[in-house]
Design a protein around this ligand. Structure first.
Ligand SMILES: [Zn+2]
Length: 207
């Protein structure tokens, strides 16, 4: 998995230096094809849109960033989150091979509160089918978000709880969910993170 990120970052650097936009990189993780597209646009922060197609067994990652090396660290965070998120969806479908499937232990079953107010607050732009609240609270998304945030916390050497809070705040600020729903979502994330053994303090750092 790390080699995909490394390869992708090298590819982006090359695109910056050669001033090539709209380029694609094709890599693989096991049987999963990973297609990364980089487009240089005049933005303050890099952003990534990603999806997993289970029939094609393909992850597509679209990165938009300024043609500037100063945005590379943030682009790396965004890419890593997106890749782990989508590959977790591949693992959910059993498409990622036995080693990965073994790590998944039990699927998320909600032991805590579920919102009953499924209405998404007013937000502009894209809204997933069924609305943002249903999307974030679906077991599949809870699992994928927890995995991506656990990896991100590790990369940024931050406590997982901080990453959970930041992300939930982002969803509130985007108008996707209410504050109350965000607090419930964090509880669901914590419950699932525990079943995967994420966010525990490590005794040894000799790795
Ligand atoms: Zn997802």
């Amino acid at each position: 998995m790390n080699y995909v990120l490394k390869k992708t970052m090298n590819f982006i650097r090359e695109c910056i230096f050669k001033n090539k936009s709209n380029e694609r990189l094709f890599t693989r993780v096991g049987e999963i094809k990973v297609e990364c597209r980089v487009k240089f646009v005049d933005v303050k922060f890099p952003s990534v849109a990603a999806s997993y197609n289970t029939n094609l067994r393909r992850v597509i990652v679209d990165l938009h960033m300024a043609r500037n090396t100063s945005q590379l660290p943030e682009a790396k965070n965004e890419l890593m989150s997106a890749l782990y998120h989508e590959l977790e969806h591949a693992a959910q479908e059993g498409n990622l091979g036995p080693q990965y499937t073994k790590q998944r232990t039990k699927p998320f079953s909600r032991p805590v509160e579920t919102p009953t107010d499924f209405d998404t607050p007013k937000s502009s732009g894209y809204v997933p089918a069924g609305g943002w609240v249903k999307y974030y609270f679906s077991p599949w998304e809870i699992e994928a978000y927890v995995v991506e945030m656990a990896k991100l916390a590790k990369l940024q050497r931050k406590p997982l709880a901080d990453v959970f809070n930041e992300r939930a705040n982002e969803f509130v600020n985007n108008g996707h969910i209410s504050r109350r729903q965000a607090d419930m979502l964090i509880k669901d994330w914590q419950a699932y993170a525990e079943t995967r053994g994420f966010g525990k303090k490590r005794q040894s750092t000799s790795r």
